[in-house]
Design a protein around this ligand. Structure first.
Ligand SMILES: [Mg+2]
Length: 313
């Protein structure tokens, strides 16, 4: 049996980020404080096991000593209509780096233009989630480079294939960050990723927690951006703790994503304030407002039990 009693909540999500309207999140408290176990519903047990490992570590072990007390954060824009940009950006106080989910240049250049109206000194990170072929990446990124010269901080995972990324690197002047590639490449020689990218995007839970992430980061040896996966403030607090121990942080982190949720598990949310988030633990004092029914609670407790007992972690 998983040694902790889970508290499961369902939090409404703004703009159906990732196509979901509600985010189910399991929380529990261990000797080191509150922790979060929230792999997406469709993830299988093997995939979810690293998330459970992360959550157990956070509940039972204090984070290593930080070298900073706050982290700079970026605004995160889902692929919305230009008319929604202003309102969304207002939830990211003081953030001048804006990450945008991009389909292509024609459809989405308006999102950058609109963002610049509200944040005139904005720098952009374009996240493609591996959605382009090499040819599509070259055409789209040359267009972005042309129209927004000097304003693109980096492009995140333009193609999935490592060989395509390497070829792309020779074609464009933009920095390339990898995200999905890292998880796909686990078990291979991670030092090779240096040849295809400039920045590694690392997440606390899918990496298996702070110790596992530090190990991964050491092997990849690229500058790092810590990001998140639509976590509550509890999960975010562990991502922030990870970012606060890293010597090779690249810049603003994708940790202000509680702003994409309609509500949070705490009255004291970890949101961007003057462009930063401070490093502190979070007490989820709003659990009762968002509790799921008995059936969903059992589903989550069973999920944790099966992974824990199957020694998948
Ligand atoms: Mg990404």
């Amino acid at each position: 049996m998983f040694p902790f009693e889970l508290q499961v909540v369902s939090i409404p999500v703004k703009n159906s980020f990732r196509g979901i309207k509600f985010r189910e999140i399991a929380l529990f408290e261990g000797p080191a404080g509150w922790s979060e176990f929230s792999p997406f519903i469709e993830y299988d047990n093997k995939q979810s096991a690293t998330w459970l490992k992360a959550s157990l570590e956070a509940a039972t072990k204090p984070a290593p000593n930080p070298i900073r007390n706050e982290v700079m954060v970026n605004a995160t824009l889902p692929n919305v209509k230009p008319g929604e940009v202003e309102k969304l950006l207002s939830n990211f106080d003081g953030c001048t780096v804006i990450k945008i989910k991009i389909n292509d240049f024609i459809m989405d250049r308006e999102l950058l233009i609109e963002s610049l109206k509200h944040v005139p000194n904005a720098k952009f990170r374009l996240d493609i989630n591996g959605g382009w072929t090499l040819d599509e990446a070259v055409v789209n990124l040359k267009n972005y480079e042309g129209e927004f010269a000097g304003l693109i901080d980096y492009v995140e995972q333009p193609c999935l294939d490592i060989a395509d990324l390497k070829a792309l690197k020779n074609e464009i002047g933009l920095k390339i960050a990898i995200d999905e590639s890292i998880r796909k490449f686990l078990g291979s020689d991670l030092t090779k990723l240096k040849d295809v990218a400039d920045i590694a995007v690392i997440k606390w839970a899918p990496s298996g927690g702070i110790s596992a992430a530090l190990n991964l980061i050491e092997q990849i040896s690229l500058p790092v951006v810590i990001s998140s996966a639509l976590d509550s403030s509890v999960g975010i607090s562990h991502g922030v703790a990870l970012a606060c121990v890293l010597p090779n942080l690249y810049g603003a982190c994708g940790l202000a994503t509680v702003a994409l949720l309609e509500a949070d598990v705490t009255t004291d949310s970890l949101l961007a304030s003057k462009g930063v988030i401070s490093n502190r633990r979070v007490i989820p004092d709003r659990i009762n407002e968002f509790k799921v029914d008995q059936q969903r609670h059992k589903w989550w407790q069973d999920r944790a039990d099966v992974i824990y007992e199957g020694s998948l972690i």
